[in-house]
Ligand binder design. Structure first.
Ligand code: PXP
Length: 241
């Protein structure tokens, strides 16, 4: 199983103050040093976190395969074709949402998706579709001929008990359905250290894309080191009486 690290929320911290730091590319390089297998960034239409220049620097200044998560809009498709990430993951995108709220409606958007998938395929960029574990959406993804899908794990992460078991069963069926057609099965959204193991019952998982929980954890794991650095920087100040 491979780990793709989504560094969007490093940019969220930067955008909150309009500073130049923290740089998501630095976070990507640290993730690479730690053994991550890929980096994901989501260039949203409203540019709330990742900016266009981040995507270009990510392409040039970090070593891991780049997965560009994006809505299927003309503007972002053109950018993706210029930047040439290793893969794109098409997601639904609504301006008011806090984060991606569910899978793509592949059934209802067949034509628009087919057009973009063809353009990416011709450009040598692998396409993934972010879908709910719904057999109709998997079937529509198979019909589009994409090499991979990413199963939306958000609902699985939010529910407990019987509902959690039902979610796992849906994910199992979806993974089997896609795998039987030679499609690589990735998964992501809402995964963290507590809910991760619950996903292990799902077969054929290739890459997990995880962002928020890793960035959230990094702020705590790194807090002591950051405070020690600041205290050391303050030390040269001569105390006057
Ligand atoms: N995969 C997709 C398609 C997503 O939209 C997101 C959120 O940007 C993730 C994975 C990562 O989700 P999280 O930040 O909750 O780990």
């Amino acid at each position: 199983m491979y780990l793709g690290v989504n560094v969007d929320h490093i940019a969220t911290v930067r955008q909150a103050r309009g500073t130049r730091y923290p740089d998501p590319v630095d976070a990507a390089n640290l993730a690479a040093e730690a053994g991550a297998h890929g980096i994901t960034v989501h260039l949203r239409e409203d540019r709330r976190h990742i900016q266009d220049h981040d995507v270009w620097s990510m392409r040039k200044h970090q070593p891991l395969p780049l997965n560009l998560e994006m809505g299927n809009s003309a503007e972002i498709v053109e950018i993706a074709l210029k930047v040439q990430p290793d893969e794109v993951c098409l997601v639904p995108e609504k301006r008011a949402e806090l984060t991606t709220e569910g899978g793509l409606d592949v059934v209802g958007n067949h034509e628009a998706l087919e057009q973009s998938c063809r353009r990416f395929r011709d450009a040598g960029i692998a396409v993934s579709l972010f879908v709910d574990p719904d057999p109709r959406q998997i079937e529509a993804s198979i019909a589009l001929g994409v090499p991979m899908i990413e199963l939306h794990t958000g609902t699985f992460c939010e529910c407990e008990g019987e509902a959690r078991i039902a979610c796992v069963n849906e994910l199992i069926a979806a993974a089997k359905q896609a795998h039987a057609h030679g499609i690589q099965v990735n998964a992501g959204h809402g995964l963290n250290l507590e809910n991760l193991a619950g996903l292990f019952a799902v077969p054929h998982l290739h890459t997990l894309n995880i962002g928020h929980s890793i960035v959230a954890r990094a702020t705590l794991v790194g807090m002591k080191a950051a405070v020690l650095e600041m205290l050391a920087a303050m030390k040269p100040y001569a105390l006057s009486d």
